[in-house]
Design a protein around this ligand. Structure first.
Ligand code: ATP
Ligand code: MG
Length: 314
């Protein structure tokens, strides 16, 4: 695992599976006994997407070259297309940011300067199609996150309408847990819970339409939101509608494909998930194996193809 830990003027305060968060070193405290959250000291955070890839909550070796830049350019592209939804990008014209250190050249294509938000501990998942963990839950219970679905659906089927199936963001080291909408009300209150659901469904509907115009199906996705510290408003954060956070399929293959593999020809992490599922037993708790070169190449190629299809209409 590589982390760029020496960005001039910035201090690494958090490393997730894929992203590293930095705050201006000048805003850090030099009190060694202080144990608070370093993010609370800074109104801005530099979110740097690495090339790391994770599946089933495991960070895998090796990295996927170019992935961080592709995720970042796609997130920016989607933010531009969602002007009505408040997002976490820092306001370029804000005077308070004048003293910030510059964004180092080395990470410029995979870094976003963002406002620090108070994140809600909820992964806002929306599914337009039935697959993955949602499909497994449906097979076991006939429902996902408490939402009953019609009988007889197959893996990959389109749902009657997109559904919101949130998950609780478990603290580091624990697995995220699917929860009901009612549980999200207990976690963040009714007003916020309603907004999270409404915005997630709205953005999903809008993005699905746009994807379809480019010959792509947006099968499902996950959003994260936080509260703006000054205004309190619910704000879209993290990455959005990328191949890490979403499943995208080729529309034509879906409509004409003979086998599930062809129908769900994916522009996302599915290649990695499928390979890992076939070559690693999750229950043994052993280290996952290293990805073979051809899986790394295919994944990189799919991620690039998605960005080109969506943003250039190729
Ligand atoms: P986890 O989120 O549980 O650490 P992860 O491995 O998914 O897991 P990454 O996505 O790699 O984490 O790291 C990004 C982290 O930054 C997430 O925790 C996300 O909630 C947080 N984050 C994203 N945008 C902001 C923001 N504007 N302000 C504060 N935190 C943010
Ligand atoms: Mg994440």
């Amino acid at each position: 695992m590589t982390h760029v830990s020496d960005l001039a003027g910035w201090t690494l305060v958090y490393s997730g599976k894929v992203r590293d968060l930095y705050v201006p070193t000048a805003l850090m405290t030099d009190d060694d006994t202080w144990t608070g959250d370093p993010l609370s000291l800074s109104p801005v955070v530099l979110v740097v997407a690495s090339d790391r890839v994770s599946a089933f909550d495991q960070v895998l070796e090796p990295e996927i070259p170019g992935k961080g830049a592709l995720l970042t350019s796609l997130t920016r592209w989607w933010f531009d297309r969602l002007p009505e939804v408040p997002n976490h990008l820092a306001y370029a014209e804000d005077d308070r940011y004048h003293d910030l250190p510059g964004i180092p050249e080395r990470v410029a294509d995979r870094a976003m300067l963002c406002r620090t938000l108070d994140m809600f501990p909820i992964e806002c998942v929306v599914r337009g199609y039935l697959t993955g963990s949602g499909y497994k839950e449906y097979v076991a219970t006939g429902a996902i996150g408490g939402i009953r679905l019609p009988e007889g659906l197959a893996d990959g089927d389109r749902l009657p309408e997109p559904i919101y199936t949130p998950a609780w963001k478990a603290p580091l080291g624990q697995h995220d847990e699917n929860i009901t909408y009612e549980r999200t009300i207990e976690l963040v209150g009714e007003t916020v819970a309603e907004q999270l659901r409404a915005i997630s469904l709205e953005v999903f509907a809008h993005a699905s339409e746009l994807a379809e115009e480019r010959g792509l199906i947006l099968a499902d996705t996950k959003f994260e939101f936080g509260a703006d510290r000054e205004l309190g408003i619910v704000t879209l954060a993290d990455e959005v509608l990328t191949s890490d956070s979403s499943r995208y399929w080729d529309l034509e293959a879906y409509l004409t494909g003979a086998t599930p593999e062809v129908r769900m020809a994916s522009f996302d992490k599915q290649i990695v998930r499928d390979w890992l599922a076939a070559n690693w037993d999750q229950s043994t708790q052993a280290e996952p194996p290293t990805l073979p070169a051809e899986i790394v190449e295919q994944t990189s190629e799919r991620y690039r193809a998605l960005v080109e299809r969506l943003t250039l209409g190729l």
